[in-house]
Design a binder for this molecule. Structure first.
Ligand code: GLN
Length: 453
């Protein structure tokens, strides 16, 4: 714990943490020492972790990196983090993220951008760590914590993991409780873990997962011992390579990385087959309707009355307007406007309902492939390596949204997926491969990821 606290202090320039909880961390580490001495150690006893600022942490400021939650200190703990502390983990602090987890570069945070610990070879240009869980990815990659929590609504664990050479697992929708996690898009949001190895990610997920009566969408299924799956044989597993993911303009190095990953799985005894997921090209537009629609509804609660910041006004309506105008950043306002528009009378059928139908077709594509005997699907995690800070914050927000082309399908279909470091770009940046699994078969992903790692 002391070593990580010192590393956090020395790496303040990365802006990975929004709050350091040094006193709390030391008290938790002492408790861990006592439990170890008493022979009562939990599976994570004394393990120092960072927590994305989307998770409510009792007595510790939680803002979703938005000005509108400035000053909010939750009187409760999220179920996922509660389970980590139950198992002995230590809280080092809260991790920076895109405001309300909306973004792919961690540049929309009220705390400012996170800087990746990585640089291109011979080039000091500061790079993004990816987003929205950019603080989690940078902190794990920079050895500022042993592991971290993240949330993934459209790729926010997997894309930053790929950009920083870390492992990121997004489990099946319903595997982890969403209770106490600040909602972005409730039908897509899922908690998951960042770690430096597949084995560490398996250990963390085992503690985070499980049924919770406080979240009606969490499932009543036994949590397997994921660590057992790491190193298990993948002989005879069928791996699908979806032809639709070979998108126009995909770089040569990403194509080669993908081929190498497939070869590693073949060498480990898996069968690699070509598959088709015909509705893939509609996933990004469907996601960028469904997610803002749910966000506009979820973010209606920030009214200056219940939580965080308030800007006084002439009357209550004026107070709402001033609070929301000052409290939300530009990207969040854009999502609220898009969401409100696609849900409004007259446009609901044309946009929202249509996007929901597309979502069903995307889910069916996956169902068909799995029914035909495919155990997992291999794709690149991202279409490119990490980019420079400021490079994609242009006038056209769609440029940023295109980063999510390989990750959003998984959330629309509720499936588990993992990003595993698989190689480097020509200029020395980490690249990741994504494995997508059948519902609630995270174990298969851990076994396969280990064969690539
Ligand atoms: N980049 C996507 C978005 O902005 C995904 C974010 C996430 O998974 N939280 O919506």
């Amino acid at each position: 714990t002391e070593a990580y606290l010192a590393a956090m202090e020395a790496a303040r320039n990365l802006n990975a943490f929004t709050v350091a909880t040094a006193d709390k961390a030391r008290a938790m580490a002492e408790r861990a020492d006592a439990r170890i001495a008493a022979g009562e150690a939990g599976p994570l006893e004394g393990l120092p972790l960072g927590v994305k600022d989307m998770f409510a942490t009792e007595g510790v400021p939680t803002t979703a990196c938005s000005k509108i939650l400035d000053g909010f200190v939750p009187p409760y703990e999220s179920t996922v983090t509660d389970q980590l502390w139950r198992d002995g983990a230590v809280l080092l602090g809260k991790l920076n993220n895109d405001e309300f987890a909306m973004g792919s570069s961690n540049e929309t945070s009220a705390f400012g951008p996170v800087v990746s610990p990585w640089r291109r070879e011979g080039d000091e240009t500061p790079l993004v760590p990816g987003g929205s869980s950019g603080g989690s990815a940078a902190a794990v990659a920079g050895f500022l914590c042993a592991g971290a929590t993240g949330t993934d609504t459209g790729g926010s664990i997997r894309q930053p993991a790929a950009f920083t050479g870390t492992v990121g697992i997004k489990p099946t929708y319903g595997r982890c409780s969403r209770w106490g996690i600040i909602a972005y898009a409730s039908s897509l949001d899922q908690a998951g873990a960042f770690a430096r190895t597949v084995n560490d990610a398996a250990i963390l997920l085992r503690s985070m997962a499980g049924h919770d009566p406080k979240d009606s969408t969490s499932v009543q299924l036994q949590v397997p011992d994921y660590e057992d799956a790491v190193g298990a044989s993948v002989r005879g597993k069928r791996i699908g390579i979806p032809r639709e993911y070979r998108v126009d303009g995909m770089s040569q190095e990403i194509c080669e990385l993908w081929d190498q990953g497939a070869q590693m799985l073949r060498d480990a005894g898996a069968d690699v087959v070509d598959i088709t997921l015909p509705h893939t090209r509609y996933a990004l537009p469907a996601y960028y309707i469904v997610a803002p629609a749910e966000a506009s509804s979820n973010l209606a609660r920030y009214d200056g009355v219940r939580y965080g910041a308030r800007v006084p006004g002439r009357d209550v309506i004026d107070m709402y307007e001033r609070t929301r105008a000052a409290g939300f950043g530009a990207e969040v306002k854009r999502r609220i406007m898009i969401g409100t528009y696609v849900l409004s009378a007259g446009y609901y059928d044309a946009y929202y309902l249509k996007a929901q139908r597309v979502r069903t077709l995307i889910k069916r594509d996956f169902d068909d492939v799995f029914a035909a005997g495919v155990d997992a699907i291999l794709t690149p995690t991202t279409p490119s390596p990490a980019f420079a800070i400021g490079e994609k914050t242009s006038a056209d927000p769609v440029e940023m949204y295109l980063n999510d082309v390989f990750t959003v399908t998984v959330n629309l279909a509720g499936l588990p997926a993992i990003s595993v470091p698989a190689g480097f770009s020509a200029d020395g940046l980490p690249l990741g491969l994504q494995l997508i699994g059948r519902p609630f078969e995270e174990e298969t992903l851990f076994s396969l990821a280990q064969a690539i790692e």
